[in-house]
Design a protein around this ligand. Sequence first.
Ligand SMILES: C[S@@+](CC[C@H](N)C(=O)[O-])C[C@H]1O[C@@H](n2cnc3c(N)ncnc32)[C@H](O)[C@@H]1O
Length: 163
Amino acid sequence: MALGQYATNLSVTGVDFCNEMLAKARERVHLRKLTQVKELRKMDAKAFDFPDDYFDTVVAMHVMSIVPDPERVVAEMARVIKPDGKVVMVNHFASGKGFVAAIERLTARFSNMLGWRSDFENAQILGVPGLAIAHGRSFQAFGIKTFLALQKTSLIAPTPRSA
Ligand SMILES: C[S@@+](CC[C@H](N)C(=O)[O-])C[C@H]1O[C@@H](n2cnc3c(N)ncnc32)[C@H](O)[C@@H]1O
């Protein structure tokens, strides 16, 4: 849980649909006096109970390869960020080559047991309309995790100027 990593001048809203995770988060907020965390709510990321253009940034850490419908979750994240807002993710994405890819393919057979998909392709979420890659880099040994920042872009094509 990264709640303590957010700067104290921020206003953080956390969501999860699991009561146990929310209870852990609330305990951490209380014990560490994380005043930047304004609320923790039970919510399904496939259908946020937030208005359009609401947040400056939405962060999803280690979530995309777990949720059953990642495209829909990313579309929801795009909806609730302000124009020019960012969606920031940390996730393991399939590397597609070499030794790591072989391990990914092997462990993918046990996705049901593991609760996440080791062979999850980033293409699944990069095609969501209204978001463009602002920054992406891999980190940790073998580059197994990717930090990805997506920027909201206008879906409306500019009106051609009349001559
Ligand atoms: C691997 S944990 C990561 C938690 C946290 N982001 C972290 O980095 O410690 C993934 C979390 O996603 C939550 N989750 C899965 N599907 C969800 C959904 N559709 N809506 C909201 N939360 C969901 C799970 O309950 C779980 O707590």
